[in-house]
Design a binder for this molecule. Structure first.
Ligand code: ZN
Length: 335
């Protein structure tokens, strides 16, 4: 076993021991939306490390209510010094080594060792600790987090697809009350996710993931219901063409046939997709409609009358309008 010791306080009375885990934010193997950034060999070695942070219990207690509880109550074994080394011992599992070092350096006012900027990934790792150690409103963290957040906002764009970085943004913006980023990032998740939201063990409340899933399902239900309703309109033998009443029958035949074919192609026809609409995203539907527009442009049968009335009875504009309206209605969550 590899031991690493960080001597943060030369007069340390506390040994915080970290056992890194492969099941926290770093668990990259089991998350389909995850993007591995570390080689497997590196992960394997980190699994057996034990990392000691030699710190001052006073600084821990001043900074964090979480540390105050075990260190000030006889009910906790952590409140008793180990006679072998005269120190308090606190265990930690699964945290990122560097993130915990940054946090403890801040607690001990080691400002020169505190980075001026951190990556989105590191900020998320720190947020995990901020949440766990109840530091959301901690004065000691305030200055650095404000600077880090400003830098990340300036340098890292919120992704336009549902991916690992998007979940990091949702986590960071949720914990630090960044309302604009939170709304934007959750809107992307509503539009681009295809099922249950994976939190990657980040501190993202179930209320948030449930709201994202709820909004996505509502919008999909609306679109699929509208498509089926429109199909029934065209299917009606007495369908009336608002543009050329003389061609009403031909128009209904064309639009009913075309929409049936597309809905079958999109697997929306039978069986009709139902909640939770696994595998379907709103962005995916928008792309299907673009695909439909492209296909129909290649043929000249855009409308009921065979090409002479391009602006009339166009399936693209009708269906495209339904999808576009539904997407416009989709909003991100308010923090
Ligand atoms: Zn028509």
């Amino acid at each position: 076993m590899l031991l690493t010791v960080h001597k943060i306080d030369p007069f340390a009375d506390t040994d915080e021991t970290l056992t890194p885990s492969n099941s926290e934010v770093n668990d990259r193997a089991e998350n389909p939306i995850d993007e591995p950034t570390k080689p497997a060999s590196e992960l394997a070695s980190s699994e057996i490390d034990e990392i000691h942070y030699l710190v001052s219990s006073r600084h821990l207690m001043l900074a964090s209510p979480w540390f105050r509880r075990p260190l000030t109550s006889d009910r906790y074994i952590e409140a008793l010094k180990d006679p072998s080394d005269g120190r308090y011992h606190i265990q930690a599992n699964g945290w990122d080594e560097e993130a915990l070092l940054i946090l403890l350096n801040i607690f001990h006012v080691l400002t020169r060792l505190t980075p001026a900027t951190v990556s989105l990934e590191m900020l998320a790792q720190i947020v995990v600790l901020v949440y766990y150690y109840e530091l959301e409103n901690a004065e000691v963290m305030e200055r650095d987090t404000v600077v880090w957040i400003a830098n990340v906002k300036r340098t890292v764009a919120i992704p336009s697809s549902y991916c690992r970085d998007l979940m990091l943004w949702i986590c960071i913006s949720g914990v630090f009350n960044m309302s604009e980023e939170f709304e934007k990032a959750t809107a992307v998740a509503v539009k681009d996710s295809t099922g249950w939201i994976q939190t990657l063990d980040l501190p993202i409340h179930q209320e948030i993931t449930s709201s994202i899933e709820h909004s996505r399902c509502n919008a999909l239900e609306h679109i699929i219901s509208e498509l089926h309703r429109q199909l029934e309109v065209y299917r009606d033998f007495d369908y009336f063409c608002p543009n050329h009443s003389y061609y009403s029958f031909q128009c209904g035949v064309f639009l009913f046939g075309a929409l049936t074919k597309y809905m079958e192609r999109w697997i929306f026809l039978s069986p009709r997709p139902e909640q939770p609409f696994l595998g379907i995203s709103l962005n995916g539907i928008a792309n299907m409609v673009k695909d439909m527009e492209r296909l129909q442009q290649n043929h000249h049968l855009n409308n009921c009358c065979g090409g002479g009335y391009n602006q009339l009875c166009n399936l693209n504009s009708k269906i495209g309008g339904v999808i576009q309206n539904a997407l416009t209605e989709v909003k991100g969550l308010k923090s």
